[in-house]
Ligand binder design. Structure first.
Ligand SMILES: Nc1ncnc2c1ncn2[C@@H]1O[C@H](COP(=O)(O)OP(=O)(O)OP(=O)(O)O)[C@@H](O)[C@H]1O
Ligand SMILES: [Mg+2]
Length: 199
């Protein structure tokens, strides 16, 4: 079936403001579009498993298994929620998507081409936005939340991989080192510009 809607994903380091911004964006876009918020890991069984066994676990398991689980969850999420919404003409905003796998499992040492291969059945987003916040800033925010992902070196490595995709033109970089309202304004401008060209 032809895709009638548009698929936008919001990417960035832990604590950079993805959820805050994706939800704000959906609320704003709802004034004019049939916009829909969703997130990875999904609410489905594989997403629940990832949350339980990987995200909040102090000792994480195999990175290869983690990458495969994220890829499997992505396909399940696409088939159950995202693609039906796109086919119904909705504007889907996903809080994390494919580039999170590339950035996190890539930073953990896996080959980016292999991560691409296991995700070859995942559709490409129409627009991918990267909220770029200094790793030092996110680590301070994560420390306040007592997150298990607060390591500065990890955040720096993850950002390096994200920036490769910014340089390739796959991700649009938004400077996130400003107030929530300013970041929201910038993301909205990029999304509206994309929609005006596409519609
Ligand atoms: N531009 C900003 N300036 C200052 N604080 C911010 C900004 N954006 C978000 N925050 C704060 O940073 C924290 C993390 O925000 P949020 O949960 O949206 O990030 P996230 O990227 O979704 O994190 P995670 O990767 O853990 O899901 C929240 O306390 C939020 O209020
Ligand atoms: Mg979040």
């Amino acid at each position: 079936m032809e895709r009638k809607g548009f698929f936008v994903c919001v990417e960035g380091l832990d604590g950079c403001g993805k959820t805050t911004q994706a939800k704000r964006l959906v609320a704003k876009l709802k004034e004019s579009y049939d916009a829909f918020y969703t997130a990875e890991p999904s609410q489905g069984p594989i997403g629940e498993f990832i949350r339980k066994c990987y995200l909040h676990a102090p000792k994480r398991g195999s990175t290869v298994v983690e990458a495969l689980l994220f890829a499997a969850d992505r396909i399940e999420h696409l088939e159950s929620e995202v693609i039906p919404a796109l086919n119904a003409g909705k504007l889907v905003i996903s809080d994390r998507y494919l580039y999170s796998s590339l950035a996190y499992q890539g930073a953990a040492g896996l080959d980016l081409n292999w991560i691409e291969r296991i995700n070859e059945h995942a559709i490409r987003p129409d627009l991918a936005v990267f909220i770029d916040v200094e790793p030092e800033t996110v680590v301070c925010r994560l420390k306040a939340k007592k997150s298990v992902m607060e390591n500065l070196e990890t955040q720096r490595s993850v950002r390096e991989v994200y920036m490769k995709f910014v340089e390739k033109g796959d991700l649009v970089r938004i400077d996130g080192n400003v107030s929530e309202a300013k970041v929201a304004e910038r993301i909205l401008a990029v999304v509206i510009e994309f929609l005006e060209k596409a519609c």
